[in-house]
Write a protein that binds this ligand. Structure first.
Ligand code: CTP
Length: 432
């Protein structure tokens, strides 16, 4: 009996999938189909997958070509599968030519021509298209253009800048279609804008975008007043518009996995945590996010936003300072240290009754952490995929929210956001 194996995500099942399965089956007597797990797709950066694993398996099953369906969960699994299932040939589409030649010592490797003009990516693009414009006031796009290339369904089309010359330079730099200095013309034809503006004008831009019925993703550099934020939230709610603060840890799978481990008691009851943030040129943070991220960590660890504070600030100059805040809630003490314009060694250390978790270095920008269990000096190392500067995870979330017609993310509800903004304000105002 000739045993064949083939693999795929099989998202939004289409004719190309049907054809390859049919031909793979015809190539032998027994066909095993490996369907990628959700976590494996996330790991390898395939962020736009729409159907659940069960739906994708069900669709493969319905074709009647698969004699057996397995789940592909990690890189390198194919070698194991070929040996385990005694496979004679791997059959796969021609988009993978050469990529699986490493299996040739184990089995025959056959690349069959892909069905033309169809792919899951193409269907996703047709079904959901977020045509986005960037509002900038510096030559830094916050990495959004590059990041958007990893999320099918999001297209950054154009840029607005008050200075037309600068807008044109940005258009060139990021290879966008259009450059504008007129906000109304810029917004025409878009369904979303990203506001990445350093001055207080950010709020004005957001209000105008909302007025024009656009979804908004924003990165602040300084905290607006709570009244301004509340008004933006109210408008978004009233007009069914997305309003997302681009806080990477909220949307990063890696950071959430870390926090879920804390929540489910991997280090026992949490007693204390240190969280150090350093906002320097290459940390991809700013004055706003360095405080907000630290307070967010505290809120996740304590599962509360109701803190008692002690704060301290040492000013080196107007834009350089060392800020320390001790926050207490529900019997947990969190020490936050924030270096604005100065180098601190960033990390998170969480101390529980049964162990510690350490996230070394730029913790807001990593998928790596270590768990030390009491009495064992060797850490358990965890590494989750974290790519780019994290904005791709936010763009992906925006698409999911739109698809589900859900304008308030459960990850960061409006109420939670307002409580955090208030906590940030309490800290920064106390030490002005
Ligand atoms: N395939 C094919 N012809 C197509 C699309 C896919 O033969 N038009 C094959 C792929 O080569 C692979 C299998 O179907 O062997 C599963 O591919 P998958 O990556 O799940 O499908 P795509 O449509 O390519 O998905 P995406 O656009 O998300 O990459």
């Amino acid at each position: 009996m000739k045993k064949i194996i083939t693999y795929g995500t099989f998202d939004l099942f289409h004719q190309g999938h049907y054809n390859i399965l049919k031909r793979a089956k015809e190539y032998g007597d027994y066909l095993i189909v490996g369907v990628t797990s959700e976590s494996f797709d996330l790991e390898r950066g395939k962020l736009g997958v729409r159907d659940s694993l069960l739906t994708r398996i069900e669709n493969v099953k319905k074709t009647g070509f698969a004699d057996e369906i397995i789940i592909e969960e990690f890189n390198g699994q194919k070698i194991q599968d070929v040996q385990k299932y005694n496979i004679d040939a791997l059959v796969i589409g021609s988009d993978w030519i050469g990529k699986f030649d490493y299996l040739k010592p184990y089995c025959e490797v056959v690349y069959l021509e892909r069905t033309k003009n169809i792919s899951s990516t193409q269907i996703r693009l047709q079904e959901q298209f977020l045509n986005v414009g960037l509002i900038l006031d510096s030559d830094n796009d916050g990495g959004f253009v590059e990041e958007s290339k990893f999320v099918s369904g999001v297209h950054i089309d154009r840029v607005f800048c008050e200075d037309l010359k600068q807008a044109n330079e940005l258009k060139q730099k990021y290879q966008l279609n259009e450059a504008y200095d007129n906000l109304d013309e810029f917004m025409d034809g878009l369904n979303a804008v990203i506001v990445n503006v350093k001055t207080k004008k950010a709020v004005e831009y957001i209000k105008k975008a909302q007025k024009a019925g656009k979804h908004v993703l924003y990165r602040f550099f300084e905290q607006p007043t709570l009244k301004q934020i509340q008004s933006m939230i109210d408008t978004a709610k009233k007009k069914h518009l997305l309003l997302l603060d681009c806080m990477v840890p909220v949307y990063s799978q890696a950071f959430n996995q870390l926090m879920w481990m804390v929540e489910c008691g991997r280090i026992g009851k949490v007693i204390h945590a240190d969280c150090i943030v350093s906002n320097t040129d290459d940390s991809q943070l700013n004055k706003y996010y360095s405080v907000l991220y630290a307070v967010y960590v505290a809120s996740r660890i304590c599962a509360s936003t109701d803190f008692k504070y002690t704060t301290f600030k040492h000013k080196f100059s107007d834009d350089k300072y060392y800020l320390r805040a001790s926050l207490e809630s529900k019997g947990v003490l969190i020490d936050l240290e924030i270096g604005e314009g100065i180098d601190l060694l960033p990390n998170i250390k969480i101390l529980g009754e049964e162990g510690q978790i350490v996230v070394p270095n730029d913790w807001w920008n990593t998928g790596y952490f270590e768990i030390y269990h009491n009495g064992n000096p060797v850490p358990e190392r965890h590494c989750y995929n974290y790519e780019g500067n994290g904005m791709r995870y936010i763009l992906r979330e925006a698409l999911i929210m739109l698809r589900e017609d859900n304008y308030e993310t459960t990850r960061f509800s409006n109420e939670y956001a307002m409580a955090l903004y208030q906590a940030c304000k309490n800290i920064t105002e106390k030490v002005k």
